[in-house]
Write a protein that binds this ligand. Sequence first.
Ligand code: SAM
Length: 314
Amino acid sequence: MSSLRSHDDTWDIATSVGSTAVMVAAARAKETDSTDPLIRDPYARVLVSGAGPGMWESFLEDGMQDRIAEADPAGAALFANMLSYQAVRTHFFDRFFAESVEAGIRQVVILASGLDSRAYRLPWPVGTVIYEIDQPKVLEYKSATLAAQGVPATAERREVAIDLRQDWPAALKAAGFDPNRPTAWLAEGLLMYLPAEAQDRLFEQITELSAAGSRVSAEAVRHHDEQRRARMRERWEKMATDLGIERNVDIQELTYNDPGRSDVTDWLNAHGWAASGTVSTDEMRRLGRWVEVAEEDYQDGFSTFVVAERQPAG
Ligand code: SAM
């Protein structure tokens, strides 16, 4: 059990798990500003800028990559690899949604949506309804920030402000969700923040709410041994210290590295879905976005991107 977490903890955008949403949005902003971006998230920068002081500010600093390269060339490769990972992850799930709407799905649920701006930046077909589930203050921050910029949603966007460890299916239905219509679900950047049993419960709930033809996609993480985690933590701490960056978030301390966590692909295949997984390093290489790193610990893929389709009953 993580030392910073409890079964009913809450947060806003700049604290605890909320701040991880700002970190990944900062990575999207950085990719968007790069010379040959894989994805474009025109709202990421404004969403990061309004979140207050934090480590994410150094991500966006001009010349940060040069500064890292000077202080710690191997660290610069790690940083570039991490940014590239985030771009590839966004690209993968953007394509998941494009294929889902192509297949006729018009009901979308983004679990733990954080500062995901897909409801504002993707070209959704007319009639698409997107439900975003996250803690109240996170959703409130995103919609207020984008409303203040005059940014309209590109689909009908409905907020479901609730913790995913509570009775979110009831809240989702109360917001108008129809379990008889096929749905495209996304769990990106979420599962590591849930205990293993909460992950299983989440997929049970998704399964109960999914009509045949529904699709689900997820970023699945596996258990890492504690020595490896310690090495990773020390590596990032060293980099931050060398650069004089104050680490106000230790992401590892927010995650549940539970040994008994289900393999998401296997779980879905055993519960009425046809699922397959793509190891993140393979996807990064396929897109020409793998950045060589010296550290052994980073060679075997941070996660698996899972996609599944609900099979007809019977
Ligand atoms: N999916 C978004 C993305 O990729 O940009 C956000 C990912 S961020 C790393 C993690 C998000 O999960 C945060 O927005 C956080 O509030 C949300 N989250 C984590 N645990 C949650 C829970 N139990 N209930 C609701 N939201 C949760």
